[in-house]
Design a protein around this ligand. Structure first.
Ligand code: SAM
Length: 286
């Protein structure tokens, strides 16, 4: 396990993932009953963007850094609001120095009846995460293989909630592990919402992944992709995607409005060539 999210926190992929995560949680809060968020690959929770790691790559500058200094359309501002408000709360003096990872962002959005289970396998990261939530009775931090949580931890006792699966993709077979994990998890907790992150690189097996998701056939499966540059020629991370099962009913339409502008804003090529987005239903209503 070499992957360290501190090098990448706040980059363009985090912007998409965290903005959508915050919107899904905002939607869950529209109903009174408690819900639980299960974050299977949680990271360390809070990232210092002035750290050696973050400064070394500077990825956040072309992610959250661009968003907070841009003039956004009212539609995009509204879409990003739950995430941007949390980011602003952590940076009360303005600008951006402290960035909330998925468990911290989630925690900032919970009501007192809601709960978070944050799972992290890397021992040092799990220790840091535990420190972030020390004494917080609404959060349980577990040092565990997150893929196991897609079995034993489901359904949560609240019977409502979201499962976030955000693995580092540093070993082969993560796409298939996602399909297997989803198959198990959705059998145990069919009413839950799921959000799974994946990278987009020139050699990512996306067509095969889509086929397997369609074959899995879970009702209301949405795929969301954002490219920040041409995916055919550039090496490295050219974009990122989310698979969302049981999304909020308004999310597809909101994403179709917000993502083209977000992709232009986060573009990494001259003139925005190759940047773009896609929002597509893979499996419809039951
Ligand atoms: N979800 C975090 C966020 O958005 O702020 C970022 C997570 S980062 C992409 C992936 C994390 O998964 C790393 O912290 C890594 O140590 C952890 N990890 C790797 N393999 C794991 C496994 N099998 N189970 C749980 N965590 C794992």
């Amino acid at each position: 396990m070499n992957y360290r999210h501190s090098y990448h926190a706040g980059n363009f992929a985090d912007v998409l993932k965290h903005a959508v995560l915050a919107r899904i949680i905002a939607y869950l809060k529209r109903k009174d009953p408690a819900f639980r968020v299960i974050d299977t690959h949680a990271g360390i929770g809070i990232y210092d963007l002035s750290s050696t790691e973050a400064q070394k790559t500077g990825e956040w500058r072309d992610g959250v850094g661009r968003v907070i200094s841009a003039k956004l359309s009212p539609e995009l501002r509204e879409f990003l609001a739950p995430w941007l408000e949390a980011v602003a709360t952590l940076n009360p003096d303005g600008g951006i120095r402290t960035y909330p990872g998925s468990p911290k962002l989630t925690r900032m959005l919970l009501r007192k009846q809601d709960r978070l289970t944050a799972i992290e396998l890397h021992a040092d990261d799990a220790r840091q995460l535990r420190r972030v939530f020390e004494g917080d009775y609404q959060v349980r931090v577990i040092e565990l293989d997150g893929w196991l949580a897609l079995g034993g931890h489901l359904p949560p006792k609240e019977k409502r909630g979201l499962v976030l699966v955000d693995p580092p993709f540093e070993v082969d077979g993560e796409y298939d592990r996602m399909i297997d994990g989803l198959a198990r998890a959705t059998r145990r907790f069919p009413g839950g919402s799921y959000m799974l992150w994946h990278p987009i690189k020139a050699d990512s097996p996306l067509a095969g992944f889509d086929k397997k998701l369609i074959a899995l056939g879970r009702p209301r499966t949405l795929t969301v992709r954002m490219l920040t540059r041409d995916n055919m020629t550039a090496p490295g991370l050219n974009g990122s995607g989310l698979v969302i099962i049981n999304p909020p009913f308004t999310l597809e339409a909101e994403l179709k409005v917000a993502l083209p502008e977000l992709a232009r804003l986060l573009s990494q090529s001259p003139g925005g060539t190759g940047a773009g987005s896609e929002v597509r239903i893979l499996v419809g209503e039951a």
